[in-house]
Design a protein around this ligand. Structure first.
Ligand SMILES: [Zn+2]
Ligand SMILES: [Zn+2]
Length: 135
C-alpha cells in the first residue's frame, strides 16, 4: 500500500489556494508558483506529496540558478528572510492549509525543503489519521 499525503498549500499574503488541479504530479494537484530567473520567467509546479521533491517547469532552469518566486494570484514575492542552510540562497515560504509552513530553497538543484508545523502534535495526529484511513 502506498500511503500518500498531499499537502494543500496557500499563499501567505492573499490566503488563496496555490493548488493546480490542471497540472497534477503523481496524480495529485501540484503547487503552482510563478518564477522569474535571470533570463526567463515562467511557472514552476511543485509536487504536493509530503516527502516528494519532484517539480516541473515550463522554462529551462539551469542548475544553481536562483529564482524569484511570486504568488500566481497576488503577485507578491514568496521569498522569506530565511537563508538556505545548505547553499545560502533565500528560502521560499508557503502556508499549509491545515496549519504550518513549507519552506523550499529558491536555488535550482538544491533539494532543501522542510515542513514546519506550528501545531506539531495536531498536525502529526492529522497525518496519522489520514495515513490510517487512506488504506
Ligand atoms: Zn497571493
Ligand atoms: Zn539551497
Amino acid at each position: 500500500m502506498n500511503h500518500i499525503v498531499s499537502l494543500e498549500v496557500k499563499c501567505p499574503h492573499c490566503d488563496k489556494s496555490m493548488m493546480d488541479a490542471d497540472h497534477p504530479i503523481r496524480d495529485k494537484a501540484s503547487v503552482k508558483i510563478n518564477i522569474v530567473g535571470k533570463k526567463e520567467r515562467g511557472v514552476l509546479w511543485l509536487c504536493s506529496v509530503y516527502g516528494c521533491y519532484s517539480h516541473e517547469s515550463n522554462i529551462s532552469t539551469e542548475k544553481d540558478e536562483t529564482f524569484e518566486f511570486f504568488c500566481p494570484h497576488c503577485n507578491k514575492s514568496l521569498l522569506r528572510d530565511i537563508k538556505c542552510q545548505i547553499c545560502d540562497a533565500p528560502m521560499v515560504g508557503l502556508n499549509i492549509k491545515t496549519g504550518g509552513k513549507v519552506n523550499v530553497c529558491s536555488r535550482s538543484g538544491c533539494e532543501n525543503h522542510y515542513v514546519v508545523f506550528e501545531d506539531l502534535a495536531g498536525a502529526v495526529n492529522k497525518f496519522y489519521h489520514e495515513l490510517g484511513t487512506s488504506g
